[in-house]
Ligand binder design. Structure first.
Ligand SMILES: O=c1ccn([C@@H]2O[C@H](COP(=O)(O)OP(=O)(O)O[C@H]3O[C@H](CO)[C@@H](O)[C@H](O)[C@H]3O)[C@@H](O)[C@H]2O)c(=O)[nH]1
Ligand SMILES: [Mn+2]
Length: 651
């Protein structure tokens, strides 16, 4: 296919192309041999000692999408569709209003006809402070949009005004008097209990909505969905649906860009570029949404908390996208409004049943995307070279683990619900896409094989009991092959996606921690919800960092810092590994006098790797004395627990 050029002959050329990635054959060989290896391990397990397994993979059809934006702008200069942008914020303390309005301002200055752009901010915090920040932003945009960043000083002054109001916790009277919108916040309004509030700050339909040079400004709207203590506001899903309803009355654009409040726009041209996918004459009509990867601008070089998820962004999500079923990830997603409306476009769309974002699941995004695909729509994953949006990644272990728990729990819940991809998606999306979904939906139960592997073999080493075949045995090879091939592939993928080797290693540690803590609790909470013992919640990820903590984050030192049950599990497991390794080696060399070395060698290697990966945990337990270390009370508890575990005899 040709280059993205203009000219009249370009009329018939497609607006985007889809290319298959290389190495598909190699992935097939890899997947097949590893599959055989895993089968052999299972055969060994069934014929020798039962239990445990590992997940395999299959050959992806990784595809890359390339839009030709020049063709689009040549073809429909004046006929570009309008676009609504939805931003969600939920708490002025955890999501500072200055950060929120930075995102607002960044999308208001998109390189797209302003009269076709409307920006809606949903505030689940129902806070007049956020409202105030938005007033400031709307005034500021009149100066800022024409000259973008030239007005640094003006920007700093505005930032100071907002920050000092946030610090005082209230808005100065002179500002309050300037805007009648504040009257909504009477003495009865609280975060959990208030009427719905909609304020049009800049009305693009009004001729006077211009910047200081007379240029048209985009529409800007503040919205807080109604909240009452007796019913759930349905978290972000509720906010999104309220935005869909409100915007349908104001701008009703056929396309909706959805962003979290911390995801600022990093490429001013992205809207036009993405519309190529929807407006392609041949294939555009079937596309419901285009999802961008979640990128962050605060990732350190070796990514201690493995938040950059580069392999997921550059391999896995592209692979699922290859089946026409890219996942909706909640932010950085351009939707076709029509596809969000559900089966039938209902006039009575006050009733939330057949429209919009699905309620009752902490990962409302993934389940909504799946439901849209099962209604016959296709979705694309688009990972442009220039990052389209940049957000804030968590900077403490605590926050990472709580976020991961929400995700693993929400996704496992989908697996159990009527939306399970294998049944709900059967015959509607491809088998590869169903399996691709389950790779994420089954995070929670993967905690059990992982817990087994990190507890039982080390304890057996301690007692001199072998669970793995001897080195001379032919059964040794499938174990060795799967282990080496899986890790080699994982390293190759990480390096090819731009990670450092150390980032890969850090990633393995975080995976281990996530699987043994977040996923484990995610599993337990899903089951207890299934039994009706608990309700769905949405723990918001905090986006503020204390200076001290930030410093450690930048130095790539893990922030443990509290005595939560998750940190206790991390400490117990790390101690168990070192106890068992030392105890096991002592047993092999002294008590058994090398007789069992070849039987226990795999145990020794496994425990050694576990100890190596846990080095930062030992440092946090024994060496560090900053605020981020593991508290000594946790150390004490862990020592007692590990000693007990080692004392229990294993037959
Ligand atoms: O009651 C709520 C809770 C959250 N939010 C907003 O939802 C967004 C995501 O919340 P955050 O705490 O940042 O969670 P993350 O784990 O970072 O979010 C990811 O995962 C969520 C699903 O678990 C998706 O909704 C998000 O889009 C996706 O970025 C933020 O803009 C919040 O302001 C609301 O509007 N109302
Ligand atoms: Mn977030």
């Amino acid at each position: 296919m040709g280059k993205g050029g203009g000219g009249e002959d370009a009329v018939m050329l497609p607006l985007f192309e889809t290319k298959e990635a290389r190495f598909r054959g190699a992935y097939k060989v890899f997947a097949f041999t590893v599959f055989v290896g895993i089968c052999l391990i299972w055969v060994y397990r069934l014929t020798h000692i039962p239990r445990a397994g590992e997940q395999g993979r299959w050959a992806w059809i990784v595809v890359y999408n390339h839009p030709f934006k020049e063709r689009l702008s040549n073809r429909c200069k004046d006929k570009l569709p309008s676009v609504d942008i939805f931003l969600c914020t939920a708490d002025p303390k955890m999501e500072p209003p200055t950060m929120v309005i930075n995102t607002v301002l960044s999308v208001m200055s998109y390189n797209y006809p302003p009269e076709k752009l409307s920006v809606y901010l949903s505030d689940d915090g129902g806070s007049d402070l956020t409202f105030y920040a938005l007033i400031e932003a709307s005034n500021f945009s009149k100066h800022w949009i024409p000259f973008c960043k030239k007005f640094n000083k003006l920007y700093k002054q505005m930032e100071n005004r907002i920050d000092s109001a946030i610090e005082m916790g209230e808005i100065p009277k002179e500002i309050r008097d300037q805007h009648k919108g504040f009257s909504e916040w009477n003495s009865k309004v609280t975060k959990q209990d208030h009427q719905s509030i909609v304020k049009i700050m800049i009305d693009g339909r009004d001729e006077n909505a211009v910047d200081i040079y007379g240029g048209q400004l985009p529409t800007l709207v503040y919205m807080a969905q109604e909240k009452r203590p007796q019913w759930s506001h349905n978290f972000k899903a509720g906010a999104m649906n309220a935005l869909i309803r409100v915007s349908s009355k104001i701008s009703n654009a056929p396309f909706i860009l959805n962003l979290d409040c911390d995801m600022y726009a990093n490429d001013a041209d992205i809207i036009g570029e993405t519309l190529c996918f929807f407006m392609d004459e041949k294939k555009g009509h079937e596309i419901s949404f285009v999802q961008f990867p979640q990128n962050y601008d605060n990732i350190t070089k070796n990514d201690i908390y493995a938040c950059s998820i580069s392999v997921a962004n550059n391999v896995e999500l592209l692979g699922i996208g290859g089946y026409g079923a890219a996942l909706y990830c909640g932010t950085g997603c351009l939707h076709r409004r029509e596809s969000l409306y559900g089966k039938v476009y209902s006039k009575d769309y006050g009733g939330e049943l057949n429209m919009g974002v699905i309620y009752g699941c902490p990962v409302e995004d993934v389940v909504t995307g799946l439901a849209i695909q099962c209604r016959g729509w296709k979705s694309l994953y688009y990972n442009p070279n220039r990052k389209a949006f940049l957000g804030v990644a968590p900077t403490t272990l605590d926050v990472v683990l709580v976020q991961q728990k929400r995700w693993s729990e929400g996704m496992f819940q989908i697996f159990f619900s009527k939306y399970c991809p294998f049944t709900y998606g059967h015959g509607k999306i491809k088998l590869g896409a169903q399996m691709g979904y389950c790779m994420y939906l089954l995070w929670a139960p993967i905690s059990f094989p992982t817990l087994y592997y990190v507890i039982v073999p080390p304890l057996c080493l301690f007692h001199g009991i072998s669970l793995f075949p001897q080195v001379e045995s032919i059964w040794f090879w499938p174990f060795a092959y799967v282990f080496v091939a899986r890790n080699a592939c994982s390293i190759a993928e990480a390096l090819s996606c731009g990670d450092t080797l150390k980032a890969w290693w850090n990633g393995q540690r975080i995976w281990l921690i996530r699987r043994t803590t977040s996923y484990f609790f995610g599993f337990i909470d899903t089951i207890s919800r299934q039994l009706g013992l608990s309700e769905t919640t949405f723990a918001i990820t905090t986006k503020v960092v204390i200076e001290d903590v930030l410093k450690r984050y930048e130095e790539e030192v893990i922030e443990f810092g509290s005595s939560t049950i998750m940190v206790t599990i991390i400490a117990v497991l790390a101690l168990l590994h070192i106890f068992c390794l030392i105890g096991g080696i002592k047993k092999i060399f002294l008590d058994l006098e090398f007789i069992k070395l070849d039987q226990l060698i795999l145990h020794v290697i496994l425990s050694l790797l576990l100890v190596m990966i846990n080095i930062p945990v030992y440092q946090a337990l024994f060496i560090r004395n900053d605020e981020g270390r593991i508290p000594s009370s946790v150390l004490l508890k862990s020592v007692v627990l590990v000693s007990l575990a080692c004392l229990i005899p294993i037959v």
